[in-house]
Ligand binder design. Structure first.
Ligand code: PEP
Length: 249
């Protein structure tokens, strides 16, 4: 039985004060984390105050990126170990904005996944899908090769700490979500790829989220799909009332 996840990704939005106020507004209305996990990804500067504001609540605070080294001459980067020791639980890696705007490659993302796991963080690895619906035949190759590369050579005991987010690039921030049946196909394909890499049992336990213009209208249908274990919402996570509607859908 895979426990579902509702995750928000604020991207580069909200000041520290706004972030803490948001946490205060939602923290008493969240489900038991044994039933469903609630995760919020925020800009690095807001993480520590948010962790403090969530003490004793089920909300898990998540970084939006990290580097693959723990310390050293890497100006401007964030160490996975320092995130973990500050009380951060997860880190989003390989978001399509990181891939497209900052030229992150599968090789770099794989290094980051290993480093995050070694530091104790749970990576939320985004599998973007730049294939439009019109070239659906190429989707299989794209998605499979992303997963093979990004999750390469993981220690067996670490694989189920990873969460995957299937995110068609054309659906991110556009207001146009993927049809739930097609989103289910993408998540199923990812699960089959994990089964080929790490075995059926591991694949059955892995949480796979859908992301791309999730809103209060489509969340229920998406969450009803067999291979979709949760959602990663960008725009819809910015407003506390809307985010709570997603969480308590
Ligand atoms: C995202 O940032 O991962 C995302 C899915 O954004 P949105 O929900 O706004 O499409």
């Amino acid at each position: 039985m895979r426990s579902p996840i509702i995750a928000g990704n604020w991207k580069m939005n909200k000041t520290v004060d706004e972030a803490v106020e948001f946490v205060d507004q939602i923290k008493n209305d969240l489900p038991d984390p044994k039933v469903q996990e609630t995760i919020l990804a925020a800009p690095t500067i807001a993480l520590v105050p948010m962790v403090k504001a969530t003490a004793g609540t089920p909300l898990k605070i998540t970084a939006e990126n990290c580097y693959y080294k723990d310390a050293g001459a890497y100006t401007g980067e964030t160490s996975p170990t320092s995130l973990y020791s500050a009380g951060v639980h997860h880190v989003i890696l390989g978001h399509s904005e990181r891939r497209q705007l900052f030229n992150e490659t599968d090789e770099l993302i794989n290094l980051k996944v290993h480093a995050a796991l070694d530091a104790g963080l749970c990576p939320i690895v985004c599998c973007d899908d730049t294939m439009g619906r019109r070239v659906a035949g190429k989707k299989v190759h794209w998605v499979v090769s992303r997963i093979l590369a990004d999750l390469k050579d993981l220690k067996p005991e670490n694989v189920n700490k990873v969460v995957i987010a299937y995110e068609p690039s054309w659906a991110i921030g556009t207001g146009e979500s993927m049809d739930p049946a097609e989103a289910e196909e993408g998540c199923y394909l990812i699960r089959q790829t994990i089964a080929d890499m790490y075995g059926e049992e591991t694949a059955d336990q892995m949480r796979i989220l859908y992301g791309g213009s999730v809103n209060t209208q489509n969340v229920n249908k998406l969450m009803a799909s067999q291979d979709i274990d949760g959602i990663l919402a960008g725009g819809a996570s910015l407003d506390p009332v809307t985010f709570l509607k997603l969480v308590n859908h």
